[in-house]
Design a protein around this ligand. Structure first.
Ligand code: ATP
Ligand SMILES: Nc1ccn([C@H]2C[C@H](O)[C@@H](COP(=O)(O)O)O2)c(=O)n1
Length: 683
């Protein structure tokens, strides 16, 4: 997951490949609760691992429900069978509506039956999301529910600590036109109270988001409770209902998350050698309502096929066709249509989406504001949005997309990176995707391509111990970019030569064929970078490479042109989405001459010797400061005077002498320079 302040997505050109979707959030949290309420244990496969499911798992654990994470990746929930082992608890439920609503209902009823008291709260936005209709229904049942901050909104106190009689004679009334989660919460809970008589739930108003109710009913059935439905008005939970574990239950891939990759297939030209986007984990037989997004995508022109559990999408009509659509049945996935509308042949209208206003943020306002930043004309109404795409390529702008702590805003606007103007898109606070799809951007980058020239590179060259590596690693971390420590490659060649018995001293390097042998060695060595570790022929040599003797050997072999050309392709391979920070001696002059930002980092020799001394001592290596100073002067001299790719600043490099700067000050300076190079407005 990208935990950076923002993520800059370069302009993207094409897409192709296979995406494995994470589990559905709606199914995951329902299954977790149902498993906890059941008798017996339930093994859940492909459970979504995200912020919202973590919140539910944590809540269940606090309530005394035993949850095991098994070695085969399954999660085993030991059902409580309607008992309540923990009678008082305070539960923090973040911004997870799929936890807040059902747990409110379940704990209100259990607290009445067993005498408990529970405090439920969430983040600030959760305290702005209405829950009054559900509370009114629970009060009809005789449950004690108190608003502890503002009437109609969480936080809530459930129960008094004493058992109270539930009133289930009359049908329970619940509003259906604000959020279908209120009905879901009651449906999931009321089998706990229907031991001796039927319980009826009557829906007041037009029930929205019906497909989510279908998921609820489908899953309840798998846990042994068959709800009778009369139209979408009355639901009856039969007397004697009791949840029983189905044993093992798989979680489908998330159909709402599929919408981004369906849209991707519809928008992006196929990458060479690819045949569109394949999606695994969800297909035409999905029980999730958002699977009907495929109908909308087809209307807009997507060429879409599939089977029960997979989907395949290619670009069909282009530009996409504008639509006018009632989106009540696909409220979450419909946000993706708003971004597809930016690529349409006219204005698109998405109707009946009033529920957007009470989601993670007011999504109508959010989508309108951010589409406008990209250059679209947007009209918004109480329950609709109309988007007219930018009039021409020139009308697009490089936008910094504010994401409102809303995962779906972040995910759907990533697709704006296919804009015809070839502009990058900045996604602020990309970690908000952790709610449902923590690895969304990594997955996107795996199936998207763009010419290397579109992928930004920041080069930091300079003499030894000037702080290049430290600064490069920090920048890569801040920007979510890849990191190339090119010195490590030369150090690897030095080490591999030593292992192969190839001498690298000056006399040996003059011997006939020695340069060719080193070049061959450099092209054939098996190197793997995993996190902070470097493997040579599968041996972890990370620590070995950092010694001063390895640095000296690297400096010697790096003067060999055959070695340099053998390593060139390897270095170019590091230029991957979303960007690269590369440090070395010739990054800006030879390897990435088109880099957007080149910095030549220096510090006085005595400063550098002191830094290196401190660095070596802290790692437990013996070091003498005078020897280090002499060595680094010698190394700089050799690196600067060699005939191939010598150490020198690129003509367009900015110079940074950090002798008097702290690491943090150097990073700040680099970030200022980088921001100046980007297309995004300063904040
Ligand atoms: N601006 C700075 N102020 C103080 N110390 C620094 C600064 N920059 C880096 N250092 C410290 O100097 C030491 C050397 O830095 P680093 O290893 O990043 O240098 P380098 O240029 O990558 O060296 P080499 O080329 O030999 O790999 C590290 O211990 C680092 O923490
Ligand atoms: N781009 C590069 C990177 C490194 N080298 C050589 C010269 C250095 O002395 C040696 C070790 O580099 P370090 O790990 O200290 O950055 O490798 C080079 O020639 N070109």
């Amino acid at each position: 997951m990208y935990s950076t302040d923002h993520l800059d997505i370069p302009p993207l050109a094409s897409a192709g490949g296979t995406v494995q979707l994470p589990g559905s959030k709606s199914i995951s949290n329902r299954v977790l609760l149902l498993a906890a309420l059941s008798t017996g244990h339930t093994d859940i496969t492909d459970l979504l691992d995200s912020d919202d499911t973590q919140v539910m798992l944590q809540a269940l654990a606090t309530l005394g429900c035993q949850v095991e994470h098994r070695s085969n990746g399954e999660v085993r929930v030991h059902g409580l069978g309607g008992t309540l082992p923990v009678k008082t608890a305070a539960l923090f439920l973040g911004n997870a509506g799929t936890a807040m609503r059902p747990l409110t209902a379940a704990l209100a009823v259990l607290a009445s039956q067993h005498g408990g008291q529970f405090d439920l709260s969430g983040v600030a936005r959760m305290h702005e999301r209405p829950i009054g209709d559900l509370v009114d229904a629970l009060r009809q049942l005789g449950c004690s529910v108190t608003y502890t901050l503002n009437d109609g909104y969480p936080p809530l106190r459930l129960g008094t600590g004493e058992p109270t009689e539930l009133t289930i004679d009359a049908p329970i009334q619940i509003r259906g036109d604000v959020s279908s989660q209120f009905l879901t919460a009651l449906l999931l809970t009321l089998p706990l109270a229907a031991r001796t008589r039927d319980i009826h739930i009557d829906v007041a108003g037009e029930l929205i988001s019906r497909p989510y109710i279908e998921i609820t009913l489908n899953l309840m059935q798998r846990f042994g409770v068959d709800v009778k439905r009369d139209e979408w008005k009355r639901f009856t939970i039969p007397a004697g209902s009791q949840y029983r574990s189905p044993g093992r239950i798989p979680v489908e891939g998330d159909a709402s998350s599929a919408s981004y990759f369906i849209a991707l297939g519809a928008i992006a030209p196929c990458s060479p050698g690819c045949d569109g986007i394949s999606i695994k984990g969800v297909g035409l037989a999905s029980i999730q309502g958002d699977i009907r997004f495929i109908e909308a995508a087809r209307l807009m022109g997507a060429d879409l096929s599939g089977d029960a559990s997979t989907l395949h999408i290619r670009r069909g009509a282009w530009p996409l066709k504008a639509i006018d659509l009632d989106c009540n049945h696909i409220p979450d996935a419909a946000m993706t249509l708003a971004v597809m509308a930016l690529y349409a042949d006219g204005p698109s209208t998405l109707r009946n989406i009033a529920s957007w206003r009470v989601k993670e943020t007011d999504r109508i306002v959010a989508m309108a504001t951010e589409c406008r930043k990209l250059g679209a004309l947007v009209e918004e109404g109480p329950d609709f949005i109309r988007i007219t795409p930018p009039a021409s390529a020139e009308a697009w702008s490089a936008a910094s997309i504010h994401t409102y702590d809303d995962h779906r805003v972040a995910m759907c606007f990533s697709l704006a990176a296919f804009n015809p103007a070839g502009l990058p898109v900045r996604i602020e606070d990309p970690k908000c995707v952790g709610k449902t799809f923590p690895d969304y951007f990594e997955t996107l980058f795996e199936v998207c391509q763009t010419p290397p020239a579109n992928i930004p590179v920041i080069c930091i060259d300079g003499p030894t111990a000037s702080g290049k590596g430290t600064l490069a690693a920090a920048l890569a971390h801040r920007l979510g970019y890849h990191l190339l420590d090119s010195g490590a490659l030369y150090r690897l060649v030095g080490l591999a030569a030593e292992r192969a018995g190839l001498a690298t001293d000056e006399t040996a390097l003059k011997a006939e064929n020695q340069a060719d042998r080193l070049g061959e060695l450099a092209s054939s060595m098996q190197v793997r970078f995993t996190g902070d570790h470097i493997l040579l022929n599968e041996e972890d040599v990370t620590e070995l490479l950092r010694s001063e003797s390895a640095g000296m050997a690297a400096s010697r072999v790096s003067a060999v042109p055959q070695v340099r050309s053998a390593l060139l392709g390897l270095q170019h391979d590091f230029r991957q989405l979303p960007g690269l920070v590369a440090d070395g001696r010739d990054m800006g002059t030879v390897v990435f001459p088109d880099a957007a930002l080149k910095v030549f980092l220096t510090a006085s020799a005595s400063q550098r010797a002191q830094r290196r001394h401190k660095q070596l001592i802290s790692k437990g290596f013996a070091a003498n400061i005078d020897d280090l100073l002499a060595d680094l002067i010698r190394r700089d001299e050799r690196d600067s005077s060699r005939s191939h790719a010598p150490l020198r600043p690129a003509e367009d490099a900015l110079q940074l002498d950090n002798s008097g700067l702290s690491i943090e000050q150097s990073i700040d300076q680099m970030l200022i320079w980088w921001q100046d190079k980007t297309a995004f407005p300063k904040v």
